[in-house]
Design a binder for this molecule. Structure first.
Ligand SMILES: CC(C)(COP(=O)(O)OP(=O)(O)OC[C@H]1O[C@@H](n2cnc3c(N)ncnc32)[C@H](O)[C@@H]1OP(=O)(O)O)[C@@H](O)C(=O)NCCC(=O)NCCS
Length: 182
């Protein structure tokens, strides 16, 4: 394992375990993603586009274990997966020092410090990595809560693509943010 499990106490006083995902978790991770996807307007994927089958989910989780500069963490409450965060290292040599972050939390667990804990965990891990130097992510500019935690963690704006997302005839801007970890 690349990441040592940790227990955190959230603002709602609940104890949650943050740990590295294992292949055996893949079905439950998929279930968590299928739960939080329709609960957010700021993940650029529609529920019906999450076509991953259980075996594909297993492959997806296995890749994180195989790739030294990638990491998939889950947050677990009483054995239920309530969130995940992934750090996907680039497969290209020229960008091997970079990794992209994606994350999501089930609705009832938002805004109580879990996103901050998950982000802190992957940033800390990336700082220990011998390969990673630059983390990046993309966020809807209307996603105030996500912007708040990214800015709090030191991410800086790296470029805006206007009208990048379009839903029901409405456009949304996409902001790329970066954090140097070395
Ligand atoms: C975005 C997300 C991961 C953030 O995680 P979280 O656990 O909800 O965030 P936290 O509770 O750790 O932190 C939220 C921060 O935003 C602040 N905040 C909450 N609502 C806010 C608002 N409307 N405007 C500005 N700041 C806000 C909180 O005060 C808190 O800051 P603080 O820790 O300095 O007090 C989570 O809300 C989520 O999964 N959302 C849906 C999916 C998503 O948007 N994923 C990210 C795609 S880029």
């Amino acid at each position: 394992m690349k990441f040592k499990s940790q227990e955190v106490i959230l603002k709602n006083r609940e104890r949650v375990v943050i740990r590295e995902a294992e292949i055996i978790d893949s079905k439950n991770i998929l279930r968590a993603i299928r739960t939080y996807l329709p609960q957010s307007n700021f993940i650029p994927k529609l529920e019906q586009e999450l076509m991953m089958t259980d075996p594909q989910a297993e492959e997806w989780v296995a890749k994180f274990a195989e790739q030294a500069h990638s990491l998939l963490l889950i947050a677990e409450y009483n054995g239920e997966i309530i969130a995940n965060i992934d750090l996907t290292g680039s497969g290209r040599k020229i960008m091997a020092h970079t990794a992209m972050i994606g994350m999501g939390i089930i609705e009832g667990w938002r805004n109580c410090g879990l996103g901050t804990e998950l982000l802190q965990a992957v940033i800390h891990w990336a700082r220990q990595s011998t390969v990673l130097e630059l983390l990046w992510l993309q966020v809807y500019t209307e996603n105030d809560i996500a912007l708040a935690i990214y800015r709090k963690m030191g991410f800086v704006d790296a470029g805006l693509i206007k009208d990048f997302f379009k839903k029901d005839g409405r456009y949304f801007d996409n902001l790329t943010m970066t954090l140097r970890v070395k």
